[in-house]
Design a protein around this ligand. Structure first.
Ligand SMILES: [Zn+2]
Length: 195
């Protein structure tokens, strides 16, 4: 098991590992390193600015994901979804596809079972954003990214939107550069004006 955070790099979109079902996490093989691994994954997720990160997203073939915001945190090993209820449409993003946001319909409430970092079985209900993140990461552990949840058309529109945002940003940066340069030149000519 990898235990250096620097090795937890996001794999490129389209990488094979994102489309395979990872192996079950075997606690007996990692007795001393499970907590460290979970901590590093959580830290990495926060550095990347996400609310969830699955092991296969950073190239590790195991059934694990971490999720949370600030001190609220859940480390999920070998998850199962036992039941789902309701429906909600919410915009979501994915660290594998930075800047792309998709409106997705998913269950509102889920009944799940998983092992926590101490290898205790947790059986609980999750709802709202917590359920949403769990479902997104659970998909990763089933070899599905959110790209596969939408039509080709919807995906290309989301990409186009991102391209437009990037273009706008580029234009703004260029504009700012022109204004700054102009100011500098104006100042320079004032400076030399009296000579
Ligand atoms: Zn994702």
């Amino acid at each position: 098991m990898l235990i250096r955070k620097s090795q937890l790099e996001l794999v490129a979109p389209g990488s094979d590992i994102l489309y395979k079902i990872p192996s079950k996490y075997d606690f007996s093989l990692h007795e001393d390193t499970t907590e460290l691994f979970a901590n590093l994954m959580f830290e990495r997720m926060r550095e990347l600015g996400g609310m969830g990160l699955a092991a296969n997203q950073v190239g590790i073939n195991t059934q694990f994901f971490t999720m949370g915001v600030d001190i609220l945190r859940m480390d999920i090993f070998n998850p199962k979804i036992l039941d789902v209820e309701g429906e909600a449409i919410t915009e979501e993003g994915c660290l594998t596809y930075p800047g792309i946001f998709l409106q997705l319909k998913r269950p509102l409430t889920i009944h799940v079972e998983f092992s926590n970092v101490k290898n205790e079985t947790i059986n609980t209900r999750l709802t709202g954003l917590t359920a949403r993140i769990f479902l997104h990461e659970y998909d990763h552990l089933n070899g599905i990214t959110f790209k596969e949840k939408v039509s080709v058309l919807k995906w290309s529109l989301a990409n186009k939107k991102l391209k437009n945002v990037r273009e706008k940003l580029k234009k703004e940066i260029r504009q700012k550069y022109i204004v700054d340069t102009y100011k500098e030149m104006a100042n320079a000519s004032i400076d030399t004006g009296g000579v």
